[in-house]
Write a protein that binds this ligand. Structure first.
Ligand code: ASP
Length: 421
């Protein structure tokens, strides 16, 4: 009935025959009158339907009633279809605006999220005192709170990650800013980078010796220098010109980092045979980094990373943290990433960009991409971890060491801080 009805509606054909004419004759007459019209199959179908309703053959009146009824059904069917399509189009929009002020049209971009790390390495519960653990946790919580407040009031992910990283740079427990490790020359040299996922602009600094908060200089490079990366004295002169805080190298002295340097030097000596003593050097003694990734209420992603590098590194050595695409990367269409671990391996594996590329080109989820890139680092012989977030607020925090200082704000606004595996 449906096809006959639609045919009637669409073609609007008339049967030109006398009232007494049988349907067989009528159909032949119609076919002759409309040579390019009804196909023989459709005609046979109409004929079959009419014959089953009017076994004795339909009159002209029967034909007209039959046509009117079919047209009525066609209109009903057509209207129902149109209504279903209209509902499908307006449905999600209604769900999105439910319970929201009119000036916030898209719930998707209402979400925000923040993840941070304070370095990955050999972090064993048995070697950690409760007091020390409390201090690490408090530091991570302070940084989370600082970034979270910015995001909550509608601030940008760039501001939130920079501010969170500054808190960790000021905390001597973490290897960045104040707590930076020492080079083999007994100096402190710091690297940092920041990237805006919306515009793909980035700023990076390396081998800084007097900048209290390297992440803020990285941002200044991004916004004011016309360059992506600056290092050493040139970067510090640029900082001075723009009123960024410079400090004496003494500011970066901490007893713990100094002892770590002595330990690593002694261990190296013993390896070369000068002394027979065995030294147990953990990743804690060797390196560490801080980083933050976030998505803000506008759906913009950002990543910030800052580090003192590795203990006993040669002066001038630069790790992965300030290398865009290795230790730091952000792209609104995929994710924001900040890495920590053996920098040389992370550079060779182009870790941060690889996570993004696997999502973009292979369609992997954030978690799959993050884990498979870390597996690649492990295959090369490197250890460490990374934090990542996508624009929907999904997060990933994989690491292949015994611990990683890390924290995030879950979708309900709950703060989660973890250290061990
Ligand atoms: N990736 C840093 C570097 O190699 C160190 C670390 O994160 O532990 O400079």
């Amino acid at each position: 009935m449906g096809s006959a009805a639609l045919m009637c509606l669409m073609r609007g054909h008339r049967v030109a025959h006398p009232p007494s004419q049988s349907f067989g004759e009528a159909s032949r007459a119609t076919a002759a009158a409309h040579p390019a019209g009804i196909t023989p199959e459709a005609f046979d179908f109409q004929f079959w339907m009419l014959r089953s309703e009017f076994p004795g053959g339909p009159t002209q009146r029967d034909m007209n009633l039959f046509r009117i009824r079919n047209c009525f059904f066609a209109i009903v069917l057509f209207s129902a279809g149109a209504l279903a399509v209209a509902q499908e189009q307006t449905g999600p929009a209604k769900a999105v605006s439910k319970g929201k002020p009119d000036d916030q049209p898209n719930m998707e971009i209402e979400k925000f999220g923040l993840v941070l790390h304070g370095g990955a390495g050999t972090i064993e519960r048995s070697k950690m005192t409760p007091e020390r653990e409390r201090e690490y946790r408090a530091g991570l919580e302070r940084a989370l709170m600082t970034g979270y407040k910015i995001l909550k009031r509608g601030g940008s992910s760039l501001d939130a990650t920079e501010a969170a990283v500054r808190v960790l740079e000021d905390d001597p427990h973490f290897n960045a800013g104040k707590g930076a490790v020492f080079t083999s020359a007994g100096t402190n040299e710091m690297d940092a980078a920041i990237m805006d996922g919306k515009t793909l602009v980035a700023g990076a600094v390396a081998s800084l010796r007097h900048i209290k908060n390297p992440i803020s200089l990285a941002r200044l490079v991004m916004e004011k220098s016309g360059h992506v990366m600056m290092d050493g004295e040139g970067a510090e002169a640029f900082a001075r010109e723009h009123g960024i805080e410079l400090v004496d190298q003494k500011y970066f002295y901490t007893q713990e980092r100094w002892e770590a340097l002595e330990k690593v030097k002694a261990a190296e000596k013993s390896r070369t045979g000068a002394a027979g003593k065995a030294f147990i050097i953990t990743d804690q003694d060797r390196h560490g980094t801080v980083g933050a990734v976030a998505v803000d209420r506008n759906g913009n992603l950002a990543a910030s990373t800052s580090t003192g590098g590795t203990t006993n590194k040669r002066p001038g050595r630069v790790g992965d943290s300030p290398v865009i695409g290795a230790g730091t990367y952000a792209n609104n269409s995929t994710c924001a990433v900040s890495a920590t671990g053996d920098g040389e391996y992370f550079i060779r594996a182009t870790v941060a960009h690889d996570v993004s590329a696997l999502m973009e080109y292979r369609g992997m989820s954030l978690k799959e991409a993050a884990q498979s890139v870390l597996d690649k680092v492990a295959k090369l012989g490197g250890s460490g971890g990374l934090i990542a977030i996508d624009r929907h607020g999904n997060i990933a925090l994989p690491f292949n060491t015994s611990g990683m200082y890390r924290g995030y704000v879950d979708p309900n606004g709950k703060f989660v801080v973890e250290i061990y595996k």
